[in-house]
Design a protein around this ligand. Structure first.
Ligand code: E4P
Length: 222
């Protein structure tokens, strides 16, 4: 199980990389728009900070346009993975890009059938959107579970990225469901680190240690 950071914010990526727990990054047009930066410049910076795969999304709606965009994105850095939307055009582009050696991440996957098609087409990664399914009262993690069972049973190479992660429990559930990767917003990564009992424990240890040192120095003085 690996963790990717789901952001286009360079500062968040820089900070998370220092923790040593992030092995890739996923971006999307909405995340890019939030940063208001030049997308190509941002991608160049992100791909230089992160050694692992960095997903960047193609925005064309037809296969030909997607392939052209993917070639351009792939030239930005060796670790670029091109995100393609699920659909007929996306599937066609996946196969062509695979033959050219360009890695793909099929995004906006909301059912096991969509994920299965993407894997058969040759996608490197598929991204089931857990949170957006939960939002409409569907079992988002159920799709991850089904895909993990299918890919394992038929020994398919495509890796699952549990996406649209909303809270730390999603990450635990994704790991238990057999997801290869969970891509998490920085806020969720921070929440994963913290536990109130850890904070209380540290405080208590420090207080006891101070007490011990004070007692010893009083003893030495007397
Ligand atoms: C990642 O690949 C997705 O683009 C992202 O997780 C979507 O998350 P959201 O549903 O919170 O926008």
């Amino acid at each position: 199980m690996r963790l990717f950071l789901d952001t286009a914010n360079v500062e968040e990526i820089r900070r998370a990389c220092e923790w040593g727990v992030i092995s890739g990054v996923t971006t999307n047009p909405s995340l890019m728009a939030r940063e208001k930066a030049d997308p190509d410049a941002a991608l160049r910076e992100i791909t230089s900070l992160v050694k692992g795969p960095v997903s960047a999304e193609a925005l064309s709606l037809d296969c030909e346009g997607m392939v052209e965009e993917a070639r351009r994105l792939a030239r930005v850095a060796d670790n670029i993975v091109v995100k393609l939307p699920m659909g007929v055009e996306g599937l066609k582009a996946v196969g062509r890009l695979k033959r050219e050696g360009i890695k793909t991440n099929v995004t906006l996957v909301f059912s096991a059938n969509q994920g299965l098609l993407a894997a058969i087409a040759g996608a490197t990664y598929v991204s089931p959107f857990v949170g957006r399914l939960d939002d409409i009262s569907h079992d988002g993690m159920g799709v991850v579970r089904q895909l993990a069972a299918i890919f394992s049973r038929y020994e398919m190479d495509t890796q699952i990225i549990a996406a649209s992660i909303r809270h730390p429990l999603h990450v635990v559930e994704a790991a238990l469901a057999g997801s290869d990767i969970a891509t998490v917003p920085f806020k969720v990564l921070e929440q994963m680190v913290r536990h109130p009992l850890t904070d209380i424990g540290i405080e208590r240890f420090l207080a006891d240690w101070k007490g011990l040192m004070a007692a010893r120095s009083r003893g030495a003085g007397g």
